[in-house]
Design a binder for this molecule. Structure first.
Ligand SMILES: Nc1ncnc2c1ncn2[C@@H]1O[C@H](COP(=O)(O)OP(=O)(O)OP(=O)(O)O)[C@@H](O)[C@H]1O
Ligand SMILES: [Mg+2]
Length: 492
């Protein structure tokens, strides 16, 4: 029988009073795509960080290929550099460096003698890679100027390009469009054929069924299912194993207040310089409207314009009710603009509404802040050891919930949420859907931008299809899932 390429034995890790891993065994076979699943905070990122040596564990043993290490104490990341690559959940690109520099700075293929880097070689290699991955950017573009999807693809490209036998992808598709996902999956499958193994972390169970062979499920730092063939499971079973209880899928409800004037009116909006078309759109109290469309359609920009965070190239946003409403924003790239990792939950959430938490002299009213932030953290189900825990230390899903809490800080009239449940587990997703429905039922206008048909169909009373900067279609009321999919794929 073939030997596993990765063997982790009895791994434990605690952070203060949090027991993130409690005696976990984990193995990966050569050429296997092994999905590591679990709810937010289950310990997935902690386990793979112990494997790659990014954050060593407290105890246990690890073998990768021919290299064995003890999982505690001294850094072993250097010893296994040639065995494993780890694309972390939080992006690691350097914003101030170019695409080519980010991709190749640590890669020996562009070294000349005496450690000098060949600039020309770096640029041409980068261009070749970008072509291969069908990414339309220049090698000399600064990483900081790229959108979240491109950044994520670059990181994955960089790791896959290192030619190591074991790859860890921690929520690789969080910022990817459906088209980008397909490119990624093609590469994963091609590498698998060459014997490369993957540890694949995702909250998108459909992806798991698409690419994975084997499933391991963690709950509260312990294994609940080890190495189950993916064919022996279904989505519901996995969800229940992750949550430790039955999860149910909710359905949309319509609370649109069709009689009152809209909260927000966009008229003659030109989304970008490349688009001639203009958009007219109204958002009513009580309604959940989804903006859907392919990459580059302009749906994100339209949402940012509605939220007042981007200036349109023409047209205007007004409110038939008089003064413009207060708008809360959940941005698409939470790592870049959603939170500040070194600050606590309290400061991050309060940053969404410093004005309303301050007294007449501009000082923050601490008691009010504590109360308000505490309430928002409960409303959004943030799980943290305290309101002072740094957001950078939270699991990815809990970071996203903090971003939600921040957007609600000023009790907005309208909330605009881009990819609202990115990185959020199946249980917490239902909680956020319930939250959005509840906000709508209380009269708020909700705008979501999503690439997920399920999400849209569970939430939206109205779906606006955006294409090339224009609204090309609309589904209202009792539309079917089939209609939605056809419209989103641009078939109908
Ligand atoms: N640096 C840290 N300091 C303190 N606690 C931490 C740190 N990193 C992780 N934790 C805690 O360890 C637990 C496991 O977190 P981990 O990030 O591994 O979860 P996860 O399964 O990856 O979740 P998600 O799907 O939300 O990303 C959580 O309770 C988290 O808050
Ligand atoms: Mg994680």
């Amino acid at each position: 029988m073939t030997q596993p390429i990765v063997e982790m034995r009895d791994i434990t890790k605690t952070f203060g009073s949090t027991r993130a891993l409690r005696g976990v065994d984990f193995t990966v076979m050569p050429g296997e795509i092994h999905a590591l699943l679990g709810r937010n905070g289950a310990g997935k990122s902690t386990l793979v960080s112990a494997l790659s040596g990014v954050t060593p564990a407290d105890a246990g043993t690890i073998r990768i290929g021919g290299t064995s290490v003890t999982a505690n104490g001294q850094s072993y990341a250097a010893a296994i550099r040639d065995e494993i690559a780890h694309v972390q959940q939080t992006p690691r690109l350097f914003d101030q460096l170019t695409v080519a520099e980010n991709l190749f700075l640590e890669n020996p293929v562009v070294r000349k003698r005496y450690g000098l880097v060949s600039h020309g070689r770096m640029i041409s290699r980068t261009q070749a890679l970008l072509d291969e991955w069908r990414i339309d950017i220049r090698p000399t573009a600064l990483a900081g100027q790229l959108d979240a999807g491109t950044r994520q693809l670059l990181e994955i490209m960089k790791a896959l390009n290192r030619g190591v036998p074991v790859m860890i992808l921690d929520e690789p598709t969080a910022a990817l469009s459906n088209a980008e996902k397909r490119i990624l999956f093609d590469h994963i499958r091609a590498l698998k054929l060459r014997g490369v193994s993957f540890v694949y972390i995702s909250h998108h169970l459909d992806e798991v069924f698409e690419v994975a062979d084997t499933v391991t499920i963690l709950r509260d730092g312990q294994i609940v299912t080890a190495r189950a063939p993916v064919s022996s499971l279904d989505v519901e079973t996995i969800a229940n194993l992750m949550m430790g209880q039955a999860t149910t899928r909710s359905e949309r409800s319509d609370t649109t207040d069709a009689t009152a004037p809209p909260l927000l009116r966009a008229k003659g909006i030109r989304i970008g310089p490349a688009h001639e078309a203009t958009v007219d759109l109204e958002v009513r109290g009580g309604e959940i409207v989804a903006l859907a469309g392919p990459v580059g359609s302009g749906k994100e920009s339209l949402a940012m314009i509605l939220a007042g965070h981007q200036t349109p190239f023409g047209g205007e946003i007004s409110s038939p009710r008089g003064k413009l409403p207060v708008i809360g924003l959940v941005p698409t790239d939470r790592h870049a603009s959603g939170y500040v990792g070194i600050l606590g939950v309290r400061e991050n959430v309060a940053a969404g509404g410093l004005d309303i938490l301050s007294g007449p002299l501009g000082f923050i009213n601490r008691r009010k802040e504590q109360e308000h932030v505490g309430r928002l953290a409960r409303q959004t189900n943030v799980i943290a050891s305290s309101l002072d825990q740094a957001v950078g230390q939270l699991s990815g899903g809990n970071q996203q919930k903090v971003v939600f809490a921040r957007s609600l800080c000023r009790s907005p009239d309208v909330i605009v949420a881009l990819s609202p449940t990115r990185g959020v587990d199946v249980g917490a997703k239902e909680q956020l859907y319930a939250l959005l429905r509840d906000l709508a039922a209380k009269g708020m206008g909700v705008v979501v931008v999503s690439d997920e048909e399920d999400e849209i169909s569970q939430l939206a009373n109205r779906v606006v299809i955006v294409f090339e900067g224009a609204i090309v279609d609309e589904l209202v009321g009792d539309y079917s899932m089939k209609d939605l999919i056809l419209r989103m794929e641009g078939v109908a």
